[in-house]
Design a protein around this ligand. Structure first.
Ligand code: PBG
Ligand code: ZN
Length: 325
């Protein structure tokens, strides 16, 4: 009884109730992590031109935003900071009164039931916009790793629940783990951006975070878009170094990587639907070229279907509202 006409795959697509029963992938609000951009000042809400619906927020408004995020049932946010002053070594990244440190303290004291993740990198804080310390035009690895460990500790001291290094330096996960443990933060997990590609899809984010490199690009540390075995090696070494959650980034164009990583390691796996993925869907929807809500849900479902346990997405609030209905 294995062939047509007895076998008919359409039977299980017959009506919505049956389709609901056999749906393999279930997207829920629990899957989402909402990225937010913190700026200095009061009552500031700067729209990001290339990311409709996304804003740079001062800490007071960020707290209100986080209350709304939590009330929608979204379990976590990830914070990015825009500093007052940038310098060669990104000092504000690890200053105890830096923008992220202030934001984390405020959110943790005023918002209940929300996991606060902090992105650890230097590119938002350096005058040259690179992810690390420079020697001429070279991004130094080990010197940068020491600063990243300092940054991670200062985030944990402010109250961050999870630390997410996004820099792609070698050895940063072990260095951050050791520094956190030494300072008494052995319970703070690390979500590493383990397979992060040098991607054109980050364009709009660099408007939001004001982190476009002044010269050159990120290809000496972020991964080559052509490689997939290398992603497995990157993830493997982050796990060996102590990563608790591993991330693949971008998400939609890299579903094969998400699939391989989840299959091979079985660790909690995050995927970042990045700014360019978001903005492309938004732009097409604003032109009425696609059904924005439908493609939003389709893009997120595809990422989950590939194996992601959690999705960092600028759609988190919109998708949460839609899934509630
Ligand atoms: C910082 C960082 C970037 C993103 C997350 N963390 C930018 C970059 O690497 O240039 C991109 C996120 C997005 O595009 O939404 N290193
Ligand atoms: Zn960076």
């Amino acid at each position: 009884m294995a062939v047509y006409p007895q076998k008919r795959l359409r039977r299980l697509r017959h009506n919505p109730l049956i389709r609901e029963m056999v749906g393999e992938t279930v997207l829920t609000v629990n899957d989402f992590i909402y990225p937010l951009f913190a700026v200095h000042g009061k009552n500031i809400k700067n729209p990001i031109k290339s990311m409709p619906g996304v804003y740079q927020l001062s800490v007071d408004l960020l707290v209100e935003e986080c209350k709304e995020v939590a009330s929608l049932g979204i379990p976590a946010v990830i914070l990015f900071g825009i500093p007052e002053h940038k310098d060669e070594v990104g000092s504000e990244a690890y200053a105890s009164d830096g923008i992220i440190q202030q934001a984390v303290r405020a959110i943790k004291s005023e918002v209940k039931n929300l996991v606060v993740i902090t992105d650890v990198c230097l590119c938002e804080y350096t005058s040259h916009g690179h992810c690390g310390m420079l020697n001429g035009e070279e991004i130094l690895n080990d010197e940068t790793v020491s600063l990243l460990a300092k940054e991670a500790v200062s985030h944990a001291e402010a109250g961050a629940d999870i630390i997410a290094p996004s820099d792609m330096m070698d050895g940063r996960v072990i260095a951050i783990r050791k520094a956190l443990d030494y300072k008494g933060f052995s319970k703070v997990p690390i979500m590493s951006y383990a397979a992060k590609y040098a991607s054109g899809y980050y364009g709009p984010f660099r408007d939001a975070a004001e982190s476009t490199p002044a010269f050159g690009d990120r290809r000496s540390h972020q991964m080559d878009i052509r490689n997939s075995n290398e992603a497995v090696r990157e993830v493997e070494s982050d796990i060996e170094e102590g990563a608790d959650i591993v991330m693949v980034k971008p998400a939609g164009p890299y579903l094969d990587i998400i699939y391989r990583v989840k299959e091979k390691f079985g660790l909690p796996t995050a995927a970042y639907q990045v700014s360019g993925e978001y903005s492309m869907i938004k732009a097409a929807a604003q032109n009425d070229w696609i059904d924005g809500d439908r493609v939003m849900i389709e893009s997120l479902t595809a990422i989950k279907r590939a194996g992601a346990d959690m999705i960092l997405t600028y759609f988190a609030k919109d998708a949460a509202r839609l899934l509630k209905k």
